[in-house]
Design a binder for this molecule. Structure first.
Ligand SMILES: [Fe+2]
Ligand SMILES: [Fe+2]
Length: 329
């Protein structure tokens, strides 16, 4: 769907570039979108009236229905068309109760964003609302969360897109309300460490996607990532350049001190929110400028302007340059 400078360089958007081809590229862009909770909430089935989904339904109508708006999602779509990023990363909470109608609705929304090669997705806690729901959602959203090499749906998955490596983690677990904590789990952490060690020598910038924030103090008690300390150990001991997350419904930022350099952690707010309860809708645009084997990264906040009914890109902010070794062929 997206055609940017990358496609203009004669390569297929969404496909990985070989290091020798990077030098031909000028700019590669990634939009980071989160917590869309695709509205509206479809009617629940009879069985759902005896599950946690009933509480979710009350919560949606009492608090969230007025916040997550279809017209903002439409404005998001227009904004993404206009800015035309080469790739889109979605960090979870596509649904509110993981009801089958919501899962299908979210799959249609994902398909409208782009193909399997143009979008990378990880699930959030709302996509694992009741036991078994995450598995159902993952089946429906498999095209956007399948590992390139194994062609299997698994976490962590690896997407090699343009000049960057994108790794997806799952942190959603079914819980009793009002807890919305997440957990990556020992198996996934071991696999992440192994994967990072395996790709380190390829020298490509590495972006990790996760719904819950890994940094300390970002989420209050009851909403936090339970094994964040163990995850941070992997993120800082192996080579990771950027972590993109959601969950907080407000923009967040932190820097972890990594053994190989700083690990920038960026949280996007909900991309469908009016802003009456938390921050107004917002997403990140990351611009990677590639020149002579080096990558300069610019972060742009794209915020929803309620008066204009449109997303407006802000001024760019330069992030720490990626080490030369990350971009060297
Ligand atoms: Fe959310
Ligand atoms: Fe969440």
């Amino acid at each position: 769907m997206r055609t940017g400078a990358y496609a203009g360089a004669g390569l297929v958007a969404g496909a990985p570039a070989r290091p020798s081809e990077w030098h031909a590229l000028t700019r590669y862009t990634i939009a980071h979108v989160s917590d869309v909770h695709v509205p509206p909430l479809p009617p629940l089935g009879a069985a759902d009236w005896f599950s946690k989904r009933l509480l979710g339904l009350f919560s949606w109508h009492r608090k969230w229905k007025a916040e997550h708006r279809m017209e903002i999602l439409a404005a998001l779509e227009r904004s993404l068309e206009e800015l035309s990023p080469d790739h889109i990363c979605v960090t979870g909470d596509l649904t509110f109760t993981t009801h089958s109608g919501e899962v299908e609705q979210a799959a249609r929304w994902l398909a409208s964003l782009g193909s399997a090669t143009g979008v990378s997705l990880v699930p959030g806690n709302h996509d694992a609302y009741v036991p078994g729901a995450l598995e159902q959602a993952c089946r429906a959203w498999a095209p956007w969360m399948t590992d390139d090499a194994s062609a299997q749906q698994c976490f962590p998955f690896l997407h090699r897109r343009g000049p960057v490596d994108i790794i997806g983690l799952s942190s959603g677990i079914p819980l009793r309300l009002p807890r919305t904590v997440g957990r990556v789990g020992a198996g996934q952490l071991d696999a992440l460490r192994e994967l990072l060690a395996r790709i380190a020598d390829d020298g490509r910038p590495c972006i990790v996607l996760i719904h819950h924030p890994p940094q300390e103090g970002a989420a209050r008690r009851g909403k936090e990532l339970l094994d964040r300390e163990a995850l941070r150990r992997v993120l800082t001991e192996e080579r990771v350049d950027l972590v993109l997350h959601g969950h907080l419904h407000r923009p967040a930022r932190a820097t972890l001190t990594g053994k190989h350099g700083p690990v920038e952690v960026l949280g996007a707010s909900s991309a469908s929110a009016l802003g009456d309860r938390y921050a107004p809708a917002h997403y990140h645009l990351l611009e990677f400028d590639i020149e002579d084997g080096q990558i300069a990264t610019t972060l742009r906040h794209v915020r929803y302007d309620r008066a204009l009914g449109a997303f407006m890109p802000g001024t760019g902010e330069q992030l720490a340059p990626l080490p030369v070794s990350s971009a060297a062929a």
